[in-house]
Design a protein around this ligand. Structure first.
Ligand SMILES: NC(=O)c1ccc[n+]([C@@H]2O[C@H](COP(=O)([O-])OP(=O)(O)OC[C@H]3O[C@@H](n4cnc5c(N)ncnc54)[C@H](O)[C@@H]3O)[C@@H](O)[C@H]2O)c1
Ligand SMILES: O=C(O)C[C@H](O)C(=O)O
Length: 380
């Protein structure tokens, strides 16, 4: 197979049936403006009445096997956004990829208008509005993510070039394949035609892991925990930070409490919570003999939904994005920062107070990213 297009729905017929004037998604109101959906009171956002092209690489792999079906069911772009899926994998996975496309068809997802299965980079990347770069080799037991640099950098070099040449100029890119921050930097560097702000790497899984651990400790539902921050690299040196985290509806409905004083156990924060979050990926590999997949897919959906649809009022999420020098992180590294998103753009939250102990840890993860960058660029 080079490329095979499966046309599932009649695109124009579907559009006219499913675009009312106002809709609600993720607790937010959208209205139709021409062919676009806009957040009411928030300017334009991703929602379009015409289909968007969504690329998933590594589409025959284990993360993709959860992710593609979450996208197809509307969990990433909302229940009114038609989708054209572009699925890329390597030639030896062509049969498995075909099986995935058969299952998409059998799932009868109304939002999926077509599926392009390809082992050819050019056709897979052409015209895409969203690129989810999952395809890469995962680490096994005993490995660190940066051990994958040599084998995975060449993938992101080629795909960065393809983004620059063939993708839509407003493409939003999320790199998942490890080491995700540095692979994203390689792709961005090779796509010099595109703004660096279009690129990001995934640390949302770490954020979700951290929020879940805090919710267990305090005894609240995880959706009551917000503003946990992950600083730096998606690696052992990442800095899970609860200094600015909030417990909502605690101690009673409608009230909020700072997480740190609610937890009231500094030893737990530094000696249990932080290392558990940092080592969680390895713990899953030790238990499953495979790396996290379903939870990674859920994190990818959360990351893209917030980027495109906007974060909730007062909410901070973590995304690895290009550093502009904020918090003294050298410009040009892909670094996980606290961000908010509006109108399809992220901005780094400024002015947060950083304790000395968190600052020391930020310096360590920064140093690791600088070293990874040097190693990766020596392979280019
Ligand atoms: N950032 C994160 O939070 C996070 C979380 C989980 C996994 N990961 C990483 O995501 C990556 C994928 O994990 P997985 O469990 O799905 O692995 P997997 O081995 O199950 O699937 C990877 C797929 O990518 C394909 N692939 C390899 N090279 C490719 C290329 N050049 N173009 C397109 N496809 C290619 C493989 O054939 C395979 O089908 C790994 O690098 C893993 O470490 C990152
Ligand atoms: O740990 C891994 O290698 C996979 C992934 O990055 C994770 O955090 O689960």
């Amino acid at each position: 197979m080079d490329s095979a297009l499966l046309r599932i729905n009649n695109i124009s017929g579907h559009m006219t049936r499913s675009c009312p004037m106002r809709r609600e998604f993720g607790g937010q109101q959208f209205q139709q403006q021409g062919t676009a959906w806009s957040l009411i009171n928030s300017g334009p956002c991703v929602g379009r009445a015409s289909p968007i092209k969504v690329l998933v690489t590594g589409a025959a792999g284990q993360i993709a096997y959860s992710l593609i079906f979450m996208i197809a069911s509307g969990q990433m772009f909302g229940p009114y956004q038609p989708i054209q899926l572009h699925l890329l994998d390597i030639p030896k996975m062509a049969d498995a990829l075909k099986g995935v496309s058969m299952e998409i068809q059998d799932g009868a997802y109304p939002l999926v208008h077509s599926v392009l299965c390809s082992t050819d980079v050019q056709s897979a990347f052409t015209g895409v509005h969203v690129a989810l770069l999952v395809g890469a080799f995962p680490r096994g037991p005993g490995m660190q993510r940066k051990d994958l640099l040599k084998v995975n950098v060449s993938i992101f070099k080629e795909q960065g070039e393809a983004l620059g040449k063939y993708a839509s100029r407003d493409v939003k890119v999320l790199v998942v394949g490890n080491p995700a921050n540095t692979n994203a930097l390689v792709a961005l560097t090779k796509a010099s035609e595109l703004p660096p702000q279009n690129f990001s790497a995934l640390t949302r899984l770490d954020q979700n892991r951290a929020a879940s651990m805090v919710s267990d400790k305090v005894g609240v539902n995880v959706d009551n925990v917000s503003n946990v921050i992950i600083w730096g690299n998606h690696s052992l040196t990442q800095v899970p930070d609860v200094t600015h985290a909030i417990i909502n509806n605690y101690p009673a409905a409608g009230l909020t409490s700072p997480a740190l004083s609610t937890i009231n156990d500094d030893k737990w924060v530094s000696e249990s919570f932080m290392p558990l979050v940092q080592n969680r990926g390895a713990a899953v590999i030790a238990a499953r003999k495979l790396s996290s997949a379903a939870s990674a897919a859920n994190a990818i959906v959360g990351h893209m939904r917030d980027w495109l649809m906007g974060t909730k009022q007062g909410e901070i999420v973590s995304m690895a994005v290009i550093s502009d020098g904020s918090y003294n992180v050298p410009k040009g590294l892909i670094f996980s920062f606290p961000v908010t998103c509006r109108n399809g753009e992220w901005s780094i939250v400024q002015g947060l107070k950083i304790s000395q102990s968190i600052q020391q840890k930020i310096d360590i993860t920064t140093k690791e990213l600088q070293e990874e960058k040097e190693t990766a660029f020596s392979f280019l």
